[in-house]
Design a protein around this ligand. Structure first.
Ligand SMILES: Cc1cc2nc3c(=O)[nH]c(=O)nc-3n(C[C@H](O)[C@H](O)[C@H](O)COP(=O)(O)O)c2cc1C
Length: 337
């Protein structure tokens, strides 16, 4: 529809009719968007496709490794625990090896070592260890020393180490939308990712991807397409897009898990950057299909990646203003059952 007709109609149509039309349009749009999500989940989730590519296998390795680690950490040790997880883990390891993937990947090594740990706690009980030892021997590898299995912690140490004030960090973080000229070093970003990667994720599957955009032309294209940062972005030279790979999820029940794991990671990364004295602003990744596809092709994203959010990155100007963004009082979001 030509723009002038659209503008004219916008003016003459009464508010109540506009509201009705909007509701109809969005009812149609949500069905379409959900269909796209269903198609993707069917294609990529590891219990819903028969291909099981490397990321599906990574997810399965970590998933079952994690189940065994939980058993190893359980205060009530149960001899011979986790037979199902062991079988599933072995299946995934065999598929992984047969597909020719590198055996020195952390996720594979974790799987290998967790089985060794399982044998250690069942020392002297060949009923539980013989098959596993035989299985591990078939890979002919000697894994490096990695922290896998159950680790013992002291309450005293944890409390001491977590004492540096999170409340200070959280209460002083604000969205900063314009920056000083000094550029943020990539090493600080990498260090911050290293902190954020300690975020929890479902069964430790770590489905995150971080795209760092610093090519000036690409950055401009992304900001223009995004549109939510107009009027801001002085000296903005780097932005991040956090995505999550759907291949790390298994089935229909996990359809929203990517957004949860992704959101947790995104805010951890923002806090890590803040802790590293970097100014940030989260930008939404809410697009209609056309714009999302344009964004995907600009960044060459894989079809299995879902968009979580952008983070703009810069150094704080000496003085600046930011919206107050008043928060509701905590009791307003608390329901006690
Ligand atoms: C998921 C998400 C999307 C956001 N998108 C935008 C955006 O597109 N443009 C923008 O200027 N700010 C955006 N923000 C920043 C919010 O406006 C800001 O976090 C909120 O007002 C609270 O202010 P504060 O971050 O300064 O505490 C976004 C924040 C979140 C968490």
């Amino acid at each position: 529809m030509p723009k002038f007709i659209y503008q004219f109609m916008k003016k003459v149509i009464p508010y109540s009719v506009k509201k009705f039309l909007k509701a109809v349009i969005f009812k149609y749009k949500i069905s379409h968007l959900v269909q796209v999500e269903i198609r993707k989940m069917r294609k990529y989730a590891f219990d819903m496709n028969l291909k099981n590519d490397i990321h599906n296998l990574f997810a399965r390795l970590t998933y079952h490794t994690h189940a065994i680690e939980k058993g190893l950490s359980n205060p009530y040790f149960r001899e011979g625990f986790g037979q199902k997880a062991i079988k599933n883990l072995k299946d995934a390891m065999i598929e992984y090896k047969n597909a020719g993937y590198a055996l020195d990947e952390e996720r594979f090594l974790s799987a290998f070592i967790v089985l060794q740990e399982y044998c250690k706690v069942h020392d002297g009980k060949p009923k539980y260890t013989l098959d596993i030892y035989k299985f591990l021997d078939s890979f002919s590898i000697t894994p490096p020393v990695l922290k896998v299995g159950a680790i013992e912690y002291q309450k005293k140490t944890i409390i001491k180490k977590s004492k540096s004030m999170f409340s200070d960090l959280a209460l002083n973080r604000i969205s900063v939308r314009d920056y000083s000229q000094a550029e943020v070093d990539d090493s600080i970003i990498l260090n911050s990712i290293g902190i954020a990667i300690k975020s929890p994720s479902v069964c430790n599957r770590q489905p995150w991807r971080v795209h760092l955009i610093k090519n000036e032309e690409l950055l401009m294209k992304i900001l223009n397409l995004h549109g939510g940062f107009r009027g801001n972005g002085d000296n903005l030279k780097k932005i991040i897009l956090v995505t999550v790979d759907l291949r790390y999820f298994s089935n229909a029940y996990e359809r929203n898990q990517g957004y949860i794991d992704g959101g947790i990671f995104l805010i951890s990364l923002v806090y890590a950057l803040t802790c590293n004295e970097i100014a940030t602003c989260i930008l939404n990744a809410m697009f209609d299909i056309k714009r999302e596809n344009e964004m995907r092709s600009l960044l060459n994203l894989e079809d299995s990646e879902i968009l979580i959010g952008f983070i703009t990155i810069g150094n704080y100007p000496d003085k600046f203003k930011s919206p107050a963004s008043l928060r509701i009082s905590p009791d307003k979001c608390l329901t006690i059952h």
